[in-house]
Write a protein that binds this ligand. Structure first.
Ligand code: 13P
Length: 249
């Protein structure tokens, strides 16, 4: 069965609640699609108004982060059950900005991935290499290490239902997109890694996105690659261009 494409916006730390609602309104007709799953991953404070604003549309809401504990004295954190109760369906885990600025390591991310599944959320697990790692020729080793460590204890059935986003760090917010060949090569390596950990059927089912300076001009070529099942979009998800990315064909 063909995998359905999934295009997710990662709003990062942008949009106040009122701006968020206005953006949903602006994008409403532009992101309509039957062939593509559309997700807005929004700042925690925007979740409640955005869930309300996209009611009755084809858009699902995602969070940009969560904590792995159920509840308790973890000041500033948000649990998986809070997200579920608010109407969230997806959660980004292990974005390179969280790994880098907030020192989230693979051991922590593994706990988050497992908790997300337990709560019924679909993780969008991010992986990606630095420019230095690419130049050293260790991109595929690095990605495989991230995926393998982040998925310890995750079942094949869970893995089949998740989303993995390959985001080369040097391509994020830089306007420097990976070439189609580079993006396809790593997304294929991610799929091969899933086949190695689980089996061919799980690898066939898992959806793998490319992220890093995706825009209205390059989306069609990237998404046409055999192992690229859509995109995780930063900057371009905050404007009307996002509609063009969703309707890339
Ligand atoms: P840009 O699309 O702004 O490069 O960001 C990519 C990204 O980090 C999405 O998670």
């Amino acid at each position: 069965m063909a995998r359905k494409k999934i295009v997710a916006g990662n709003w990062k730390m942008n949009m106040t609640p009122s701006q968020a609602v206005a953006l949903c309104e602006e994008l409403k007709d532009l992101v309509k699609s039957e062939d593509v799953d559309v997700v807005y991953c929004v700042p925690a404070i925007d979740i409640v108004p955005v869930v309300e604003a996209v009611k009755g549309t084809n858009v699902e809401v995602g969070a940009e982060n969560m904590y792995f504990e159920d509840k308790g004295a973890y000041t500033g954190e948000i649990s998986a059950s809070m997200l579920v109760d608010a109407g969230v369906k997806y959660v980004i885990i292990g974005h390179s900005e969280r790994r880098d600025y907030f020192k989230e390591d693979d051991c922590l991310l593994n706990k988050k991935v497992k908790k997300a599944f337990e709560a019924g959320l679909t993780p969008i697990l991010c992986c990606g290499e630095t420019l230095e790692q690419r130049e050293m020729g260790i991109t595929l080793d690095w990605i495989r290490m991230q995926i393998k460590s982040d998925l310890v204890g995750v079942t094949a059935e869970q893995a089949a239902s998740m989303v993995i986003a390959y985001e080369p760090i040097w391509a994020i917010g830089t306007g420097k997109t990976a070439t189609t060949e580079q993006a396809q090569e790593v997304c294929k390596a991610v799929r091969d890694c899933i086949a190695e950990i689980y089996d061919a059927a799980t690898a066939e089912a898992v959806r793998i996105q490319y992220g890093g300076s995706v825009n209205a001009a390059n989306a069609a070529e990237l998404f046409a690659q055999p192992d690229i099942d859509g995109g995780l979009v930063g900057g371009a998800s905050l404007k009307a261009d996002f509609g063009k990315i969703v309707n890339y064909k």
